[in-house]
Design a protein around this ligand. Structure first.
Ligand code: UDP
Length: 194
């Protein structure tokens, strides 16, 4: 994989469309995948907190979430093809999931927001099987969310807990899953809920 490293963070050299195809390919092969979409805030946080830096290095792919990273790559003479954001990646994946009837799980946001996002997805992407969801306000040390996900084996789990909680949640629970794509999508459920 071709990468561009900025302040210790290795970004995949790809554009939005190719990235979605790459992820779709891995979903079909049942390969476990962890995606971090990193904006300048994430890069700064990783440089201030080595534990967070180590954690995002566990990701299968880290993408350039926003024009700030693309500009920084240009200045360093290591150009990236373009931004690959959490929201656009989620929308691209929902498109593939609709075509191929993938199973998805939604984790995060407030209860009402999550419900609205779920309704919107069910309505706009009738091919998708929403196999479960949970709001993002749960007891971190006492919940059965990961067990539920391990049971229903979603093709894609969208984790919308904000940075760095979503990356932390994925990294802490990833070993309990034997397949599936896990991606932190920040405020995307709020955006989809409208
Ligand atoms: N969120 C959550 N649990 C929390 C904190 C945040 O589910 O404990 C959700 C929040 O409701 C929103 C999403 O995470 O849907 C993104 O939050 P925020 O805008 O703070 O994060 P960012 O987009 O800046 O990463």
């Amino acid at each position: 994989m071709n990468q561009v490293t900025i302040m210790g963070v290795p970004f995949i050299h790809t554009d939005q469309k190719s990235f979605i195809s790459l992820l779709d390919n891995r979903i079909q092969l049942h390969e476990k995948t962890f995606v971090v979409t990193a904006n300048p805030e994430v890069v700064m946080m990783a440089n201030e907190d080595m534990a967070f830096m180590d954690l995002i290095h566990q990701a299968t792919y880290i993408t350039a979430d926003g024009i700030g990273i693309v500009k920084a790559a240009q200045l360093l003479n290591k150009p990236l093809p373009g931004r690959v954001t959490g929201y656009d990646t989620m929308i691209g994946l929902l498109g593939k999931a609709n075509e191929k009837q993938y199973k998805i799980f939604l984790l995060g946001a407030k209860k009402e927001t999550l419900q609205m996002a779920e309704n919107r997805i069910a309505n706009d992407y009738p091919g998708i099987k929403i196999v479960g969801s949970h709001d993002g306000y749960f007891d971190w040390h006492n919940n059965d969310i990961a067990e539920r996900i391990a049971d229903v084996k979603p093709d894609i789990t969208f984790v919308a807990l904000g940075v760095p909680r979503q990356e932390k949640w994925i990294s802490e629970n990833l070993s309990g899953f034997d397949r599936g794509l896990f991606i932190g999508v920040g405020g995307s459920l709020d955006a989809i809920a409208g």
